[in-house]
Design a protein. Structure first.
Length: 254
């Protein structure tokens, strides 16, 4: 089981203040990694880091707004200042702020979603990738969505961004594996009980409709996405590259 040992690995997790990212950050902390938790809400990040430390782990947080380039570069700078390298990058932060007809989407709405869900992960891959290239080792995990594999009506920017993220995963996986020993993979969660889906889950009609399409007939828990991230970051996954691990209770299979 040593291959599930993350002792002294440096892991950057975006969107670590809550939801799936928080669960992933806590799990890496428990598994011995040094965790860099990034998001906007410092009060929540502070709690996550304290929880990691209370469980015997290490880490710190970096406040960042992924709509700002300088905040993205700051995550990398702060991590290098503290730990000297980045081993694992989990591009988890994402938003889905609206559900509306495609013909009514404004350019501002489009750009915000593309920015946080696609451009920010690219910039982080690029900057963390430079460090991983120097170290000739790295693991990148992009948290996409089943919405990157199929079309969700009224979520055009979200689906396009997640589909783009899956495609970015493949391009980087092809470019960086042989020469630099960096694997790049994605996770595509189905419907998970977090703030992101709170609005949908609050509606009985929408919930019933979603669960009807989900063979397991319940929403997933953030913790149920963690195993996929740990696997893809581990030594077990050395030959797993450019792929997408679907964690959706069977939604895509039905
Ligand atoms: P969530 O509970 O809403 O959490 C989103 C995280 O992203 C928070 O930590 C938030 O932190 C951070 N974030 C949002 N905007 C940001 C910004 N501009 N700058 C920096 N951080 C930002 O969502 P979740 O459900 O855990 O989702 C995590 C990932 O899984 C996302 O990429 C999402 O698309 C994907 N996913 C989720 C589901 C689902 O059903 N929940 C399904 C498929 C895919 P702050 O607010 O503190 O900044």
């Amino acid at each position: 089981m040593d291959r599930f040992n993350f002792n002294d690995k440096i892991v950057v997790v975006t969107g670590a203040s809550r939801g799936i990212g928080k669960s992933i950050a806590l799990a890496f902390g428990e598994a011995g990694a040094n965790v860099v938790a990034a998001a906007r809400k410092v009060n929540l990040l502070d709690k996550v880091v304290k929880e990691i430390q209370a469980n015997g782990g290490n880490g710190f947080y970096v406040r960042c707004d992924l709509t700002k380039d300088e905040d993205i570069f700051n995550i990398v700078t702060k991590t290098i200042d503290r730990y000297g390298r980045i081993d694992i990058l989990v591009n988890n932060a994402g938003i889905s702020p609206w559900v509306k007809k495609s013909e009514e989407v404004t350019i501002e709405e489009w750009e915000e979603v593309i920015r946080v869900n696609l451009t920010a992960p690219f910039l982080l891959c690029r900057e963390a990738g430079k460090i991983m290239i120097q170290n000739n080792w790295g693991r990148i995990i992009n948290v996409a969505s089943i919405g990157g594999l199929v079309g969700f009506p009224r979520q055009i920017a979200y689906c396009v961004a997640k589909g783009g993220l899956l495609q970015m995963t493949k391009v980087l996986a092809v470019e960086w594996i042989q020469k630099y020993n960096i694997t790049v993979n994605a996770i595509a969660p189905g419907y998970i009980a977090t703030d992101l889906t709170a609005g949908m889950r609050a509606s009985k009609k929408i919930s019933e409709n979603l669960l009807q399409r989900t063979p397991i007939r319940r929403f997933g828990e953030p913790n149920e996405v963690v195993g996929a991230a740990m696997y893809l970051a581990s030594e077990f996954a050395g030959y797993t590259n450019g792929t997408v691990l679907i964690v959706d209770g069977g939604w895509m299979a039905s």
